[in-house]
Write a protein that binds this ligand. Sequence first.
Ligand code: ADP
Ligand code: MG
Length: 625
Amino acid sequence: MTQNRETRGFQAEVSRLLNLMIHSLYSNREIFLRELVSNASDACDKLRFEALDDAALLERDPEPWIRIAADADLGTLTIADNGIGMSREEVIDNLGTIARSGTEKFLAGLTGESKKDAQLIGQFGVGFYSAFIVAERVEVFSRRAGAASNEGVHWESDGQGEFIVEDVEREPRGTSVVLHLREDAREFLDTFKVREVVRQYSDHVAFPILMAKPAEAGDDGEKRDSEWETINSATALWQRPRNEVSDEEYQGFYKHIAHDFQDPLTWSHNKVEGALEYTSLLYVPARAPFDLHHREGNRGLKLYVQRVFIMDDAEQFLPLYLRFIKGVVDAPNLPLNVSRELLQDYGPVKKIRAALTKRVLQMLKKLSQDEQRYAGFWAQFGQVLKEGIGEDGDNREAIAALLRFSSSAGEEGATVGLDSYLERAAEGQERIYYLLADNLSAARNSPHLEVFRKKGIEVLLLTERVDEWMVGFLNEYQGKSLVNAARGELEMDGEDTPAKIGDSPLTGRLAEVLGEQVETVRPTARLVESPACLVLGKDELGPQMRMMLEAAGQSVPESKPVLEVNLSHPLIERLARVEADGEFAEMAELLLDQALLAEGQLPRDPAATARRLNRLLQEHASGGA
Ligand code: ADP
Ligand code: MG
C-alpha cells in the first residue's frame, strides 16, 4: 500500500548532471557499481556509528552486509544494504532536490572527454547518479534504522528531470537500489561480470559484499531461496600485518578510499604500539585533486576507532600543507564519541599528528631518491608542500630538503634540490643564492645573473607566487644562508664584501635627475653585459609579495628601487660624457625604463617611454642616413 505519492523535479544542476551521465559517459561505466557499493558501505558505517549511542538501531540484524542480485527475467540489478537507511525527507534531499556540494564543481570540472569525465564522478561526490549510466529507470526502497515498517519510502526516476516519491510498507532496514538496466548494459546481469567489477573496485570494502547465486528453479518449479556468497575480502586492510598485504592490495585499497583510477605514487603502513596506539596507512596520490588549492577543501584521512568508521576528512591528524595525503588512521584508544571539536586540542591527537607528519616527510624523502618519480610528485604537489616552510617551523629543515627549484645551472627544465645545490657548489661558497622572478624566461635573462654566470655560481630561480613568501621563512639551510641575488648590496663569497666600487660623479647626477623614482643610484658589481639593473632595498617587499598582498586587498607601502649602474659599460661611459642636461635626462629615464623592463615590470609611464624610444630611433636613423 502506498501513500503520499508526489512527483518532483530535480534541481537544475542535478538535471544537467543526469543528462550528462545518460548521454556522454560511456567509458568506465562499470564505476556505477563501485559508487553504489560505496554508498551502501557508507550506510553500514553510519549505522555502526549511530548504534554506539543507541544499540536498538541494530534491531535484530546486527551484522552489516551489502547484497547484489541480478534478475535476468526482469533485467534488474539490485544493490541492497542493511545500513542506516533513509527517511522520506532524506531521500528527497539526498537523491534529487539539493545539489550536493560537489555537483557544481563537477560540472565546472568537465573536460568533455568521456573517459576523463567518468573519472571525476567519484571525486566530486555525485556517485548515486552514476546509476543512470547503465539504468533507464532507478528505484530506491529504504527504511531508516529505528523507523517503523510503515515508514518505508519508495523513490523512482528515469533520470529525465523528475522523480516520484511515496511512503511504502517496508520490513527490512536499510536501502535497496534497483537498476532497470538499459538494453546495452545487460552485461551487468552476468554474475561473473559483476564479480569481476566488485573485485576490481570494491574488494576492500570492510563489509561482506554478497552475491546471489543464480536462482535455479526447483523440481516444483518454484524458485528456491537464493544462496549468498561473499565476493570481496571484507577485512579492514590496514589491520593486517604489512608482510601479508601485496602491492596490488595496497593499490586496490587506495583506489577504493580515494575514488581514484590511478595507482598511488607511494604509501606507508605503520602500526605503533604502546600508550599512544594507532595504525596508519598513508598514500601519496599520483595526481592532485581538483580542489588542492582550496585550503578549505576536503582532506584525505579517514578516522577509525576500534575499526568503527568515525569520520572522513579527519583534518586534525595532518597539517594543512599535507592535505593531499590520503589514507586511514585507526586509533583504538580514542573515545568512540569523539567530535571534530574534541579532536582539535586533544593531547593524544596532537601527538599522533606530529608523528604522522614526520612519517609523511620521511615517505617523501624516500620517494625523492628516485628523482624521476619525485619530479612527478613535485609537479602535482610541490606548491602546497611549500606552505609547510612557513607553517611548520618544527619540520622546516626536512621540508626544505624536499623542495625543488629551477636553476641557472643545469639543463633547461631540470630542477635542483638544496642538497644537490650545496653538493655542486664550489668549496668555500657559504651562501645559497636565489632570484625571484615572474617567470622562468625573465629569471634566466635577468641582468642579476650576469656576475654569477661569470663566476660560475649557481642561482636558484624562484618563479612561483608563493616563493617570496616561502623564502621569507627560510633564512638558512644546513647552516648556509639563503641570499636574494637582487636585494641589497651584493655580498659574494670570496670577495672583499660588499663589493664596493667607490662613488662616481655620474651616479650623483643620475640620482638628481631621476629624483623620487629611485631610492638611490650606485655603481654595481652585479653586471657584466647590461648597463644597469634594479635592486630591492634590504627590507623591501618583492614583486610577488606585493601581488599577493594586493590580491588579498591589503595596502602595500610604496617601494623605490635602487638603480645600480655598470660603470664599465660603453653606454654608461658615453652617458658620463653627455653634457647637455636635456639629453642626459632623456637617457637617464630610458636607462631606468629598460632596467624596469628587464625585471618584467612596466615603466611608470609606458607612453612616455615609447615616445623617448621613438625619438632616439629617429635621431639614430637620420644620423645614420
Ligand atoms: P556521496 O556518497 O559522495 O555523499 P552520492 O551521490 O553517492 O554522494 O550519495 C548521495 C547521498 O545519498 C549520500 O550522501 C547518502 O546520504 C545518500 N545515500 C545514497 N545511497 C545510500 C544508501 N545506500 N543508504 C543510505 N543513504 C544513501
Ligand atoms: Mg557516494
